[in-house]
Design a protein around this ligand. Structure first.
Ligand code: SF4
Length: 332
C-alpha cells in the first residue's frame, strides 16, 4: 500500500466531560469516557501545523499542562489552540500560567454564543457571559495575545452573531465561528435540526464579511472567505471547496480513536493500539474509513476542514477576495 501524506490539521478531544449544559451538544450528559494518558499524545505526527485541543471542557482535565507538553513535543511546528467554555476563570488562569511556561505562543478560544443573557440561554449556566469574559480578562492580564471568541450558530442566537463579532473586535481579540452540526461520534452523538432564520443570517454575514474584507490583512481575508463558505454551506448544505477528510486532517476522540472528521463516523484505528502514527495512518482500517468517506461521505464544513481546503485552493480564494473586496460583496 502506498504511503498516505501525513495530516496537517486536527481536532483532538482530550475529554468528554463538561460543566456546561449547551442546547446544541450532549457531551455534558456523558458521565465518564476513557481518556488517553498524556504520554500517548507523543505519537501524534510532527507534520501537524494546526492542533485544536477540544473537549468536553478541556480544563476539567487536571493534567492539561502535561497533555500540552506532549502535544508540543510531538508537533513542534504546530499552532496549538485550546478551546474552553471559560466557566472556571480562576482555575483556568492558574493552569494557563503553567501552560504558558511550556508554550508561550499557545492560543485559547473561549466559546461565546451571545452577548449577556443570550450566552446563558444557550449554555444554560448562570452568569455564563460574566464567567467567560472574566476568563478572557484574566488571560489578557497574563499578557496573552493569542485569544479569540468562538461563536456557534444555532437558531436561538443567530441575531447575536454580529454582536459577538463586534464584542471581539472591541476587545481586540480574534473571532471564529462554526455552525452546530449533527454527529454520531462527537457532541455526545446529538442530532439537531439547525435551521436559523436565513434572512437574519444573511444580514449578520454581510456585516461580518464586509468588515473582514475592509481590512488589509491576509489572515482576515481568509477569514472572510471562510465565513462566506460557511454561509453557503448553511444555505445549500454543500461545500464550496472540496477537501480530504482523513487525509489532510482528522479528529481524535478522547479514547484515542481517530476519525476522518467530527462528522464522519468511520473509525480509522485507535492510537493506543499502534506503535506510531504512521502505522495507524497507513493501516487497512484507516484506508477503509477513507474509502467510506469517498463513497458515503457527507459534506462537512468547519474551521479544521475548511482551513485545509483553503490551503489547497489558494487561487480560488484569492479570486473571491479580489472580486468581493473591490467589486462589492455578493453572498449568492
Ligand atoms: S458545546 Fe462544548 S461547552 Fe457545550 S456541552 Fe458541548 S463540550 Fe460542553
Amino acid at each position: 500500500m502506498s504511503s498516505i501524506p501525513l495530516p496537517i490539521d486536527c481536532v483532538i478531544g482530550i475529554n468528554y466531560i463538561c460543566n456546561s449544559r449547551c442546547v446544541m451538544c450532549d457531551i455534558w450528559k456523558i458521565k465518564s469516557f476513557p481518556e488517553l494518558l498524556p504520554e500517548e499524545y507523543l505519537k501524534l505526527p510532527a507534520s501537524l501545523l494546526d492542533v485544536n485541543i477540544s473537549g468536553g471542557e478541556t480544563f476539567l482535565r487536571k493534567d492539561i499542562p502535561e497533555v500540552i507538553r506532549a502535544v508540543r513535543t510531538a508537533c513542534p511546528q504546530a499552532r496549538v489552540v485550546i478551546s474552553t467554555n471559560g466557566f472556571m476563570p480562576a482555575f483556568i488562569e492558574q493552569q494557563m500560567k503553567k501552560i504558558l511556561e511550556i508554550d508561550p505562543t499557545i492560543g485559547v478560544a473561549i466559546s461565546i454564543d451571545g452577548v449577556g443573557a443570550m450566552h446563558e440561554t444557550v449554555r444554560r449556566i448562570p452568569d455564563a457571559y460574566k464567567k467567560s469574559t472574566e476568563t478572557l480578562e484574566r488571560l489578557q492580564s497574563l499578557g496573552m495575545k493569542n485569544l479569540r471568541f468562538a461563536f456557534t450558530i444555532i437558531p436561538e442566537n443567530v441575531t447575536h452573531f454580529s454582536k459577538v463579532y463586534d464584542d471581539a473586535c472591541e476587545r481586540r481579540i480574534q473571532f471564529t465561528h462554526s455552525y452546530a452540526q449533527s454527529s454520531d461520534n462527537y457532541f455526545g452523538g446529538i442530532h439537531i435540526m439547525n435551521d436559523p432564520d436565513l434572512r437574519v443570517l444573511r444580514q449578520q454575514y454581510e456585516h461580518i464579511i464586509g468588515r473582514e474584507l475592509q481590512s488589509w490583512n491576509l489572515k482576515r481575508w481568509a477569514r472572510a472567505f471562510y465565513a462566506y463558505s460557511l454561509y453557503r454551506f448553511i444555505n445549500e448544505k454543500k461545500q464550496v471547496l472540496n477537501n480530504d477528510p482523513g487525509t489532510r486532517f482528522f479528529f481524535m476522540a478522547s479514547d484515542g480513536v481517530v476519525y476522518p472528521s467530527v462528522v464522519h463516523n468511520y473509525a480509522m484505528g485507535n492510537l493506543k493500539n499502534f506503535n506510531s502514527w504512521g502505522e495507524l495512518w497507513n493501516s487497512e482500517e484507516a484506508e477503509t474509513a477513507r474509502a467510506k468517506v469517498r463513497t458515503e461521505g457527507k459534506p462537512a464544513w468547519m474551521i479544521c476542514t475548511a482551513r485545509t481546503a483553503i490551503k489547497k485552493h489558494p487561487w480560488q480564494v484569492a479570486s473571491w477576495v479580489v472580486k468581493n473586496k473591490f467589486f462589492g460583496l455578493e453572498l449568492v
